[in-house]
Write a protein that binds this ligand. Structure first.
Ligand SMILES: O=C(CO)[C@H](O)[C@H](O)COP(=O)(O)O
Ligand SMILES: [Co+2]
Length: 217
């Protein structure tokens, strides 16, 4: 069964506490927080003050997906704000290894993220270091986009590398996840699914979390 990480990008920002606690009660496995700087992606969203505000409200793992240029500038502040896991895009910095080291030094779990157009060989050397790899299944920047089917072979190729080398990281997918696409990802080796609009744009978010789990059971 896949682990489910609701993305608050699709939550009601005027009722974030309610929307976070609702998914926690519905057995979400972690909470996905999309951080955007208007440069790496053409959108703005949350910052470390949002993470700090949410930290006392939930015991869910806070999974912070940084879509910002040169994320190494800020990873320590995100960890201090309460992030448990911090994801940095391989495309966002000249110093990805250093960024991942800083995350670990700050006491958080380290994740490397790859855009749809980025081949896996860009992150192969990082795989022994990371706790999680995030394969983007849409181009980053916005919720509610269509899942890119071509990413399924990329997930399978990453899982093959993981098995061959005995690596111990989770494989997360993000973008366009629903009860159909989640099964394709799970069958290819994904262990964690982010879902924003599928969960929060529903009248029954708890049922949607259950549906993602049932689809991969
Ligand atoms: O990183 C993201 C966008 O860049 C979001 O996590 C992702 O898009 C979730 O939204 P949805 O499930 O609606 O596609
Ligand atoms: Co995300």
């Amino acid at each position: 069964m896949i682990k489910v990480a609701p993305s608050i990008l699709s939550a009601d920002f005027a009722n974030l506490q309610r929307d976070v606690q609702m998914v926690e009660q519905a057995c979400a496995d972690s909470l996905h927080i999309d951080v955007m700087d208007g440069q790496f992606v053409p959108n703005l969203s949350f910052g470390m003050s949002t993470v700090a505000a949410l930290r006392p409200l939930t015991s869910l793992t806070l999974d912070c997906h940084l879509m910002i240029v040169d994320p190494e500038r800020f990873v320590e502040q995100f960890a201090q704000a309460g992030a448990d896991l911090i994801g940095v895009h391989v495309e966002s910095t000249q110093h990805i290894y250093h960024a991942l080291q800083l995350i670990k030094q700050a006491g958080a779990k380290a994740e490397v993220v790859v855009n749809p157009g980025t081949p896996l060989n860009m992150i192969e050397g990082l795989l022994p270091l990371v706790d999680q790899v995030l394969i983007m299944t849409v181009n980053p920047g916005f919720g509610g986009q269509h899942f890119l089917d071509a990413m399924v072979t990329k997930i399978a190729a990453l899982d093959a590398l993981k098995q061959k080398n005995g690596y111990d990281f989770d494989i997360e997918v993000d973008g366009g996840v629903n009860d159909v696409t989640v099964k394709k990802c799970y069958d290819a080796g994904a262990t964690v699914a982010v879902a924003g609009s599928y969960i929060y744009d529903s009248d029954d978010p708890a049922q949607r979390i259950e549906d993602l789990k049932v689809a991969t059971n």
